[in-house]
Design a protein around this ligand. Structure first.
Ligand code: UDP
Length: 328
């Protein structure tokens, strides 16, 4: 019998890669997306449902039609900067939408739920190793909204037995090495694609946000994970739940941090091209350093972030951005 997985945000960057990984693992990914930031063309590996998480009836209909064995919930607004200027939109979309989805899942008896959370739930914890038991004190509305959804899952787990795996991502980068899907935001705000735009002349320069952080070179440090490794972790998360292994939170990071300057240097090395740079002010809501301090995903889930080196992420993102028909 075919096992369907409902993938909210399945037309988005990470969701589309997860759909590919699910299909490769023998599941049927059902992409549920309102196309506000996703792309219809990115849905290639299973059925598509155009629906909105703020519309409970459209979620119920998808559960009824496909009877999924699990949900992977990616659909969300995810920009730190924007969350600071428009917090209401973040709370409404992320929290209300997720609450509708969780209630619909329980109503449909679909009790396996994999949630895309974020290291932004930890906040700015200078010098603290971020493992899954680190107290979460988000410093931006995006992180706060994701933390609230984690609480919803815990409450529904306790009340109704909703089994959940929470993945707290660090910085996701790269693209499908076969370039079937890749990163395409409108507008683009993320470091690696913007840097490639600057290298390839699609924009004049990369602005480096802040040079005075308490980090070795003064720029922010992040832990970058290849999107294909991240997608693989999600399939492992579904199998973890189907095997009845219970509720668990996992960081998805490599444990190695790189500063903005180091990412720029790595891009110079990979492309052999110059990166035009402007030194700009800090961006509101940015933590100085976010690096995973935990091996839990490796030891318990058997996850190996095999592609997550800066050169590999930059090379795959570059190949995708050079693909004919790529929009930006
Ligand atoms: N960044 C930057 N210039 C840009 C975009 C990002 O200096 O044009 C920095 C940003 O301040 C952060 C890091 O790059 O320290 C990664 O930012 P991104 O937006 O890619 O991901 P986030 O950490 O917000 O999830």
């Amino acid at each position: 019998m075919q096992k369907h997985v409902l993938v909210t945000g399945g037309a988005g960057y990470i969701g589309a890669h997860a759909c590919k990984a699910l299909a490769q693992a023998g599941f049927v990914p059902v992409a549920f997306d309102n196309l506000s930031t996703g792309w219809r063309d990115a849905v290639k590996f299973g059925p598509f449902v155009q629906g909105d998480l703020l519309d409970r009836a459209s979620i119920d209909a998808a559960f009824h039609q496909f009877r999924p064995v699990a949900v992977m919930h990616f659909a969300a607004l995810s920009l730190v900067g924007e969350s600071m200027t428009d917090p209401g939109r973040y709370w409404r979309t992320n929290v209300n939408g997720s609450l509708n989805l969780v209630e619909a899942a329980v109503h449909a008896g679909c009790m396996n739920f994999v949630f895309s959370s974020t290291c932004a739930t930890y906040g700015d914890q200078d010098g603290v190793v971020l493992d899954e038991d680190t107290p979460q004190h988000p410093i931006n509305s995006y992180g706060a909204s994701k933390k609230a959804i984690e609480e919803i899952l815990k409450n529904f787990g306790a009340a109704y037995g909703l089994n959940h795996v929470i993945f707290r991502y660090f910085n996701v980068a790269g693209a499908d090495p076969e370039a079937e899907v890749g990163e395409q935001h409108r507008p683009e705000t993320h470091l690696i694609p913007l840097m490639l735009d600057a290298i390839e002349g699609r924009r004049p320069a990369l602005t480096v946000f802040g040079q005075d952080y308490p980090t070795p070179d003064g720029t922010c440090v992040r832990d970058y994970v290849h999107v294909v490794d991240l997608a693989d972790a999600h399939v492992k998360g579904v199998n973890w739940l189907l095997d009845g292994r219970g509720n668990r939170a996992f960081n998805l990071g490599t444990g190695h941090g790189f500063s903005v300057r180091q990412v720029v240097d790595a891009s110079r090395a990979v492309t052999n091209r110059d990166v035009p740079i402007i030194q700009g002010p800090r961006r509101a809501g940015d933590a100085a350093s976010l690096v995973s301090g935990s091996d839990r995903a490796r030891t318990e889930l058997g996850w190996e972030p095999a592609r997550s080196t800066l050169p590999e992420m930059i090379r795959d993102a570059l190949a995708w951005s050079q693909k004919p028909g790529f929009l930006r």
